[in-house]
Design a binder for this molecule. Structure first.
Ligand SMILES: NC(=O)c1ccc[n+]([C@@H]2O[C@H](COP(=O)([O-])OP(=O)(O)OC[C@H]3O[C@@H](n4cnc5c(N)ncnc54)[C@H](O)[C@@H]3O)[C@@H](O)[C@H]2O)c1
Length: 340
């Protein structure tokens, strides 16, 4: 039996991805004997099957962050830094977005820098970023050398924190890993305050028999539905990639950056709706009301929709296969099983 110790701190643990990450790590054979420190401004829930300390903390407060490194479980060897204010939230409240998406990440990095030496090795610091770091004129396909110039407060906040994670890694204060996530579809539960929330909403709500607003175009015949394409990944693949991010050997990353754009695939809003029609029939589409929201459309249209997956795949990350249809089919089964 392995005696390896795995103590993982997850911030944003009461959020959607934080909530499912702990179960994935418990099931991961490469992460034996895992225990958790789970932190969020909302009280996180402990997962079954592992020792956990749950801490309700506002991570914009340095003293609260200090508590995460002084629990009975000890100093974490891995941090998943997931807490944040999502895209529309930080666009609508600039000061809150800066405080949470930049200031609190710097405080987390400082804490990891302070406590890492007590472990005898740099703490692994996995930071979730987003394709919202991109904007402006972009090539047809984003590659690792495409320069990120965000056009929104969320992307600006993520990019600022990425620079810090890279610099702290270069100085060996931490062992950073920055994963830029595609938009994840289908997100269960209630709509989030992300600008991209409709990308899940137009599938999720009709599958649950609920009406939803599609903020792109004013009718199902609108050409905007063909024009707006998004870069997507399923929740299952994304969480697999979160776990893989912990296992990539540090020396495999390019020497100058710890940024990796996680693998994804491209779908237009029309292709999403076609998948919904194929899986759930024409009646599901009748639950959608088309009400164009130019702010949403502008922000989501500024995000790139095509990436070169080869660097991420070469590091061992994985991609969805089969596009939207299998994802919609899986979500329909979850709805039928009462899990969504
Ligand atoms: N879901 C996606 O499609 C997607 C795409 C790209 C990037 N990401 C990134 O992945 C991460 C997780 O996303 P998610 O979908 O689980 O988000 P989420 O909104 O469900 O969770 C974020 C959590 O952060 C917490 N939080 C906010 N402010 C806090 C503070 N001051 N102190 C402590 N906790 C605070 C919230 O309470 C929430 O539980 C985020 O960093 C997000 O930017 C997500």
């Amino acid at each position: 039996m392995s005696t390896e110790r795995n103590l993982v701190l997850i911030t944003g643990a009461a959020g959607w991805l934080g909530g499912i990450l702990s179960s994935a790590l418990i099931a991961d054979p490469k992460t034996p004997n895992v225990s958790f420190i789970l932190a969020d401004i909302v009280e996180p829930k402990a997962p079954e099957g592992a020792e956990s300390v749950c801490i309700k903390a506002d991570l914009t407060d340095r003293d609260e962050i200090d508590k995460l490194f002084n629990t009975k479980l000890g100093i974490p060897d891995t941090i998943y830094c997931l807490h944040g204010i999502m895209s529309r939230g930080s666009e609508d409240n600039f000061d809150l977005g800066v405080k949470v998406n930049i200031d609190s990440i710097r405080y987390m990095l400082e804490a990891a820098r302070t406590y890492g030496p007590k472990l005898g090795k740099p703490i692994k610091f996995i930071f979730t970023s987003s394709l919202a770091v991109y904007g402006g004129p972009l090539p047809d396909v984003i590659t690792p050398s495409t320069i990120a110039t965000p056009e929104g407060a969320y992307g600006m906040g993520k990019l600022s924190s990425e620079l810090l994670v890279n610099e702290y890694s270069r100085r060996s204060f931490i062992d950073g890993r920055i994963i830029r996530l595609p938009t994840i579809v289908v997100r269960p539960g209630v709509p989030s305050n992300a600008t991209s929330a409709f990308i899940s909403g137009i599938i999720r709500e009709p599958l649950k028999g609920i009406k939803a607003i599609c903020p792109i175009g004013n009718s199902i015949d609108s050409p905007e539905l063909d024009k707006l394409a998004a870069w997507l990944a399923s929740p299952e693949t994304t969480i697999n990639n979160f776990v893989i991010a912990k296992h990539v050997p540090a020396e495999k990353f390019m020497p100058h950056t710890r940024v990796v754009c996680l693998p994804g695939f491209t779908a237009t809003v029309r292709e999403e709706l076609d998948a919904l029609r194929k899986v759930a029939g024409e009646d599901a589409l009748k639950l959608l009301e088309f009400k164009d929201d130019p702010i949403n459309r502008r922000i989501v249209s500024s995000w790139p929709a095509r990436f070169d997956n080869s660097y991420a795949l070469g590091l061992g990350f994985v991609a969805d296969e089969g596009g939207m249809v299998p994802i919609v089919e899986r979500f329909k089964k979850d709805v039928e099983a009462g899990k969504a």
